[in-house]
Design a binder for this molecule. Sequence first.
Ligand code: NDP
Ligand code: HEM
Length: 488
Amino acid sequence: MSNKTYLTTGNGAPVADDNASISAGERGSLTFDNFRLFEKLAHFNRERIPERVVHARGYGAYGTFTLNKDLSDYSMANFLQGAGKQTEVFLRFSTVAGGQDSGDYVRDVRGFALRFYTEEGNYDIVGNNTPVFFIRDPAKFPDFIHSQKKDPKTNLGNPAHHFEFWASHPQSMHQMTIVMSDRGIPQSLRHINGYGSHTLSLYNEKGERFWVKWHFKTNQGIKTLTNEEAESMPSDGMQKDLVEFIEKGDFPSWTVKIQIMTEEQAKDYEINPFDLTKVWPHSDFPLQDIGQLELNRNVENYFAETEQVAFSPSNVVPGTSVSPDKVLQARLFAYADAHRYRVGANHQQIPVNKPKCPVHHYQRDGVMAGASGCPVTGHLQGSQVNFYPNDRAGEGAPVPKPNAAEPPMPIEENAWLKAYDTTDEDNYSQAGSLFRMMSEDQKVQLVENIAGGLSQATESVQQRMFEHFTRCDDDYGRRVAEAVKKQG
Ligand code: NDP
Ligand code: HEM
């Protein structure tokens, strides 16, 4: 028997010739019997799915999370029980603003989207390499992103737009200071920290809830590039670096830490714990070391895995949950909605998204629904009853599990339903602290990076920005104003 692998059509039939189409005569037209050619061309036309509207350019890899501290006092999540527990993960890094064909070494936030394949479902922490974000109200997200994307007329990036948005949104000062600092261009993805950024929550068997912030500190150390160094890098160098290090067994890793705040502490803490533009100072809420994250396996197929992976902050498991952070609440809608559009209604059946535990529910059918036992998309429902409630629990029909319920969350007494204006919350203190923490070299880089873009903005935008920088720190404001004047 020959051990050759024969080329086939999609229906599995061997193909005799894949180099020539069938034509009526050597110089004649093609005919309808070219159905193999039609299949090839038609499938080619459908090779692309919509790219992510943000974070389009990304690289993913599998790995392991090893818990080194039992967290059962805080959470009933099974991946947080017992020191030594290991859980498989998938991590996708990304840039935010550029399309799939943009470059790796741009000044931008890096996405740090992490999935834990736990025994009770997928838990996603869809974070960034920054502990805060540009906005604290989701109503501003599309405006903010539009200001970062290409100019609608010229199709070119326009730094003046970034500053025009920031001049009217001082809530961005903290995150903007991070992105404009040396950390805005990492040397590689192995050299960045990750943060859940939002305040998330854990709850234990006793029904006690804790607010938490997740931190993933790189064990490779933070390493960054200046604008000039970045210019000489190949556009896909970060992907190459990640794949090569994993391939040669030099696995990148991160120390996983959390900050914990009790519900009682949250009530009278001076900083709103659900404001995404602010960190919890370490002196008030120390980082607790809980484990190690290691990336140790590259994807086999970029499209199937890295492109089709669908992370969502709404992917929580018993013992983990969300918080009243307004931006997080909007994300609970936005991601699954994007996945239904980008990948399809059954995106959770694709292997990279499919939980590593049984899935039983009463959702049915839709495009590409897997049949019972199908190795690719196989849901286990098969011929099972498709409505609930039913009388067939004894035959394996799925039933709810009441002890998976999250503890009830109290709401403020006499709360008013209205649009709350947060424009004048403290937008400056933490950006100022960060500036003062920087070394002289970091301050010089920060100010030069800002001046490069701000000098292209209008006089009015520049004046408003100088005021914002000064309100963060006098020296910050003075240095930026001088640097912009120098640029001319
Ligand atoms: P700490 O001195 O305890 O911590 C400062 C933190 O800043 C460290 O985690 C350091 O960690 C990180 N850091 C250092 N340089 C930069 C930079 N250029 N960009 C971003 N992060 C940097 O101070 P506090 O907790 O009181 O926070 C002070 C300021 O530090 C905050 O206003 C915030 O801007 C920044 N920060 C705070 C974090 C927090 O969770 N409290 C987290 C990250 C930043 P590392 O070098 O390991 O990243
Ligand atoms: C991707 C929306 C804020 C991190 C996305 C996507 C959407 C989106 C629609 C594409 C999803 C997909 O097609 O798979 C929003 C909205 C936000 C918001 C509406 C605020 C209102 C944030 C914040 C963070 C974040 C605050 C981090 C703290 C990410 C990451 C990805 C992403 C890492 C890429 C995920 C991946 O690798 O597949 N966002 N986002 N986003 N977002 Fe957000």
